[in-house]
Design a protein around this ligand. Sequence first.
Ligand SMILES: [Zn+2]
Length: 280
Amino acid sequence: MKNFSILLFIAVSFIFLNVSAEAEEKQPTQIKLYAIDCGRIDVSNFAGFSDTSDYDNKSTKLADPCFLIIHPKGALLWDTGLPDSLVNKPKTSDVYYLTKSISLQDSLKKINLKLSDIKYVSVSHSHFDHMGNLYQLTKSTWILQKAELKYAQTHPNPFVIDASKLNSWNAVHKIMISGDYDVFGDGTVKILNTPGHTPGHQSLELKLPQAGVIILSGDEFHQRSSFIPLRVPTFNASRADTMASADRIKLLLKNTKGRLIIQHDAQDFEGLPKFPEYLD
Ligand SMILES: [Zn+2]
């Protein structure tokens, strides 16, 4: 009888443990998405953002956010915005008026984080308005698309960051990738290979526990009006690749009932929780 009680106890405990393990498995991973204001770009002549003359004689105002993803295995910074040197020192060129109201470091302080707390950083592509503060993230692991690094190093132009700066940071720990990349290995934060705007351009797919699938566009699209129908900028590496990447994103959104965030679209940015509020 005693033996039977022990066996019963073991069996019940086993069932109980199994049930709790299953319950634990079903718990969604806690992930937070913060959208941080990393600058604004007023464009006096938007014509260059469409090679089919949709924006001739038009002007616009673009947002330039950074996105911070907090995952149980660490933090990922997606895009680094305009350089902090612009804070209180706006810069004007023929077409662009660049402003920034707060440094990345000061933004992070609002959630008690330091730049050195960011485990991974990745940028959608090597244009100046996405790479502005990468040089500050020397303690982070950089996740770089091989094709993009090659492009930045071989195609110097006003949009692409000075490649010599990349060379000088050889000491930084890097993960070099070719194609999609699952950042934390659980499918919740995935870099999508979406070439075209630049050869190694990438977007980011998130699976948030409450908000569901979110896709951060990078510069695959610049505004809502360039999403459907697709407008391809004149400063674009491959029109065919941009169209194929747009198809992929549109199908992904359809099949996952996902939400697209067009990073430069000021309304998309305003539609996200105001930092330090977050989406989860
Ligand atoms: Zn760009």
